[in-house]
Design a protein. Structure first.
Length: 100
């Protein structure tokens, strides 16, 4: 298992985590959560969420898509704005959890 809560704006900063050693920022809304201990294989499940505190007018989500991938050493994903036709965006709160 692995989970992380981090600030996805500016210089990314982990607020709390379990089995996540670092976050790699690949550009606007594109990240990799790097695992401290590897997963046994790539058949793990992920759940993710992102948003901005106090922002009730915009829908945000975190998904797999372009450049997304699962590896035993980490998972790459992106955060998007539903309101902006699925464009990648940086958000204040990013959460992802991985279960195997």
């Amino acid at each position: 298992r692995a989970w992380v809560n981090f600030n996805g704006t500016g210089t990314v900063a982990i607020r709390g985590s379990g089995n996540v050693s670092s976050i790699t920022d690949h550009g606007t809304g594109e990240y990799t959560a790097n695992f401290t201990s590897t997963m046994p294989d790539v058949n793990y499940v992920t759940t993710q969420m992102s948003g901005n505190d106090g922002d009730s007018a915009t829908s945000w989500t975190a998904i797999f898509g372009a450049n997304a991938s699962r590896a035993t050493t980490g998972v790459r994903f992106r955060t998007i704005s539903v309101a902006a036709s699925g464009s990648s965006v940086d958000t204040l709160v990013v959460n992802i959890a991985c279960f195997r």
